[in-house]
Design a protein around this ligand. Structure first.
Ligand SMILES: Nc1ncnc2c1ncn2[C@@H]1O[C@H](COP(=O)(O)OP(=O)(O)OP(=O)(O)O)[C@@H](O)[C@H]1O
Ligand SMILES: [Mg+2]
Length: 139
């Protein structure tokens, strides 16, 4: 599925809509360059599940847990340097927690993630300012 967003508000709205399809136990990869809109998409999902977190500000923590229904774990693995660090933080326990796991910068974890069913969301800049192509696929 592909969607063209022309503003962060449109991305937020689209993510809110997408959130209505989530039941729990999903593993969702968020891929795209710096500033693509991954956190913006996460905040749209949070807002769709009744947890308004406002705007598209960057994440600075490895994992944020939200008491939504279903609950959400939001990861940003940008600063993770090795798989060992993932095991140290209990990454696989999170993956098997039955919660919705939203993972920004999942590349470092691919080898671990590939044994699970995944939803991949890719957000790409285009030549047009504020425009993004958002694709969603099941892996
Ligand atoms: N169509 C759009 N969708 C989403 N964000 C947009 C759009 N157009 C402009 N923006 C801006 O792009 C930025 C996206 O920031 P965001 O933190 O969501 O990116 P990110 O992909 O999480 O980056 P990072 O890799 O640093 O975590 C925000 O400043 C937002 O206002
Ligand atoms: Mg981000």
């Amino acid at each position: 599925m592909e969607f063209i967003s022309r503003s962060y508000e449109e991305t937020t709205r689209f993510a809110k809509e997408f959130a209505t399809t989530l039941k729990g136990n999903e593993l969702i990869l968020l891929e795209g360059d710096l500033g693509a809109g991954k956190t913006c998409f996460v905040n749209g999902i949070l807002s769709g599940l009744g947890f308004p977190s406002g705007g598209c500000s960057p994440t600075f923590t490895l994992v944020n847990e939200y008491p939504t229904t279903p609950p959400i774990n939001h990861f940003d693995l940008y600063r993770i340097g090795s798989e060992d660090e993932l095991y140290d933080m209990g990454f696989t326990e999170y993956l098997e927690s039955g919660k919705i796991n939203l993972i920004e910068w999942p590349q470092i974890a691919y080898a671990i993630l590939e044994s699970y069913p995944l939803i991949r969301i890719q957000i790409q800049h285009t030549e047009t300012e504020n425009e993004r192509i958002i694709t969603i696929e099941n892996l």
